[in-house]
Design a protein around this ligand. Structure first.
Ligand code: RNT
Ligand code: ZN
Length: 413
């Protein structure tokens, strides 16, 4: 233990903060790493280009081209992130050589991923993939075509069963999130009918009861997407109502609201009415651009909300961004480390002093405290946390990434 850490710990203690307790609490908070940062949301179906309003920009060399490469990259990135991690898979990461239709997917098509999760001692999360598919060009669960709707309902049902198997096999609850790109480029005449169909499709998907010990269902709203500028059927109001009335998890993606609207302010409201929620921590720049998560004010506000109200068992934290313009392992680890950093920073807030100041109406002291914590020696605590987790800190993270880039990524065509 370094002298820096001991001094920093004493300074936090003077503010009534128990650093050891904070680190112990952080150990129990999982963050779900999205598998799709490693291959630009391509998956293994060779289905062609991404759509549904999703766009990955950049062509930095070294993209994982198959499951072995992706798992090798994830194994490497897990070594660079402290804390209790999970892995979030999409249905398109099935290993079927593209030969099994999405509505016929089974757990056996993910057996390598299950082995990998066991090897790494991590839980899995899951997502039906309702985009990048010939049947997804004109709506999925909202489609006016009953055959198309049926296909996507069957796909989502298959995904829930696979997810429940993940949960059972790993003895670790899986969270399955449904996001669909459905919406209208231009002003629709009827906004109700597609939403009615979406509600009915979701009810059909969730008709089968699955033990919440194995799988929890989440639904993800969005304000707009490319090609769905005028109306997105799965809006916030739609899914908030759906989640509350059906006891589902609401998924709040940080990039899915108006640029001045923040999800940190939605957590306490949503959790008054819902048992659990899912977060897609992302960073929108001017739009839902899915930039690498930075340790910015909003990320800190999200983490502080979770910690201040002891929500860590009810808020499932997932990451959702994709940057192909820089080394993908760097993108992954920078964003994930920032999530843990923000959680640790929140855990080191002088909670009692802040609550006392606020409750006694001493708002100047509240402001002073909130500003003072910004210059506390947080870096020494973070470094100690990384050391104890056996992961590098500072630019040593980049050194490890460059080493892997030279040895592995640069050899990929
Ligand atoms: C899209 C949603 C969705 C996807 C992933 C790949 O806007 O955020 O969560 O990013 O499922
Ligand atoms: Zn998302």
């Amino acid at each position: 233990m370094s002298e820096c850490f001991e001094r920093a710990k004493a300074l936090y203690a003077a503010m009534g903060v128990d650093v050891e307790a904070a680190m112990a609490r952080l150990d129990e908070i999982p963050v779900s790493l999205h598998c799709w940062q490693g291959d630009d949301v391509a998956g293994f179906e060779n289905s062609g280009s991404l759509d549904g309003g999703l766009a990955v920009t950049g062509n930095y060399p070294g993209r994982a081209r198959n499951a072995e490469e992706l798992r090798a990259d994830i194994a490497e990135v897990l070594k660079l992130i402290p804390g209790k991690k999970r892995l979030n898979l999409h249905a398109i990461y099935a290993e079927t050589n593209g030969k099994v239709a999405r509505n016929e997917l089974e757990t056996c098509h993910f057996s390598n991923w299950l082995d990998f999760a066991k090897e790494q001692n991590i839980g899995l999360d899951f997502n039906p993939t309702c985009f990048a598919h010939p049947l997804a060009t004109n709506g999925t669960l909202t489609s006016a075509d009953a055959g198309v709707r049926k296909f996507w309902i069957e796909h989502a049902i298959a995904c829930r069963r696979i997810a429940a198997d993940f949960g059972k096999e790993l003895n670790n609850t899986c969270v399955t999130n449904i996001w669909i790109p459905d919406g209208a480029k231009d002003t629709p005449y009827d906004r109700l009918a597609p939403r009615q169909r979406l509600m009915d499709s979701l009810d059909a998907i969730f008709a089968e009861k699955i033990d919440p010990k194995y799988n929890l269902d989440a639904v993800e709203c969005k304000l707009f997407g490319i090609g769905a500028e005028s109306c997105t059927y799965g809006s916030h109001e739609f899914y908030m109502g759906y989640a509350v009335s059906r006891c589902k998890l609401l998924c709040l993606d940080a990039g899915h609201f108006h640029p001045t609207e923040v999800i940190s302010d939605k957590i306490s409201s949503a959790l008054l009415y819902l048992d659990d929620i899912l977060l897609h921590v992302s960073r929108g720049v001017r739009w839902d651009s899915d930039h690498v998560v930075c340790w910015d004010n909003e990320l800190q506000a999200i983490a502080s909300e979770i910690i201040r109200h002891n929500y860590e068992k009810r808020v499932h934290i997932g990451l959702d961004y994709f940057d192909a313009s820089i080394n993908r392992l760097a993108a992954w680890s920078i964003g994930a480390r920032n999530m843990y950093k923000a959680l640790l920073f929140a855990l080191l807030e002088p909670a009692k002093l802040l609550a006392d100041a606020e409750n006694s109406g001493d708002l100047a002291s509240r402001l002073m405290l909130l500003e003072e914590v910004k210059s506390m020696p947080f870096g020494a605590i973070w470094k100690e946390y990384c050391d104890r987790n056996g992961v590098p800190s500072g630019m040593a993270v980049m050194d490890a990434i460059k080493k892997y880039e030279n040895a592995v990524l640069s050899k990929r065509g």
